[in-house]
Design a protein around this ligand. Structure first.
Ligand code: ZN
Length: 150
């Protein structure tokens, strides 16, 4: 795939972003389009869409917000809590979207497995199909996510 100047610029921002330690790409040597394509394939194989995953993540975050930092019962099989930090973080794509620095942790009660995401993760998955590069602080594995949140 020939990369446009916009894609190259995005790639540079994703690799070097100062707002997230290590950027959004981690140690992943694939380019952003390759990461997005591979995860789209993975999500489809799981039988979901990125819209279904991100909608469920948003639903869990919205439920967890009510706990103001304490564990909240989302449903019979899930507990979640949020942790908020000061300030906001911008989406690295070239549009003006900022997100509160909030981390949601959800626990699947049967398996005791947990997974975390930020408000920005939800946006990146919903709008850009981007689960971040391997080794980045908030890389989300679609398979692990689906197993825990549903
Ligand atoms: Zn965006």
């Amino acid at each position: 795939m020939k990369e446009s100047p916009q894609t190259r610029n995005l790639e540079r921002i994703l690799r070097s972003s100062k707002s997230v330690a290590g950027g959004f790409m981690g140690c992943d040597s694939r380019n952003v389009a390759e990461i997005i394509d591979a995860d789209a394939y993975e999500v489809a194989k799981l039988g979901y869409t990125t819209q279904q995953l991100s909608a469920r993540m948003q639903e869990i975050t919205d439920a967890a917000k009510r706990g103001l930092g304490t564990w909240v019962e989302v449903d019979a099989r899930h507990q979640a809590k949020v942790k908020e930090a000061r300030g906001s973080i911008a989406c690295p794509w070239p549009h003006l979207r900022r997100f509160i620095k909030r981390i949601t942790t959800v626990k699947h009660l049967d398996s005791a497995q947990t997974i975390c995401w930020t408000d920005l993760n939800i946006h990146l998955i919903a709008e850009h199909g981007f689960f971040e590069g391997r080794g980045s602080a908030f890389r989300i594995e679609p398979g692990q996510l689906a197993k825990i949140i549903f």
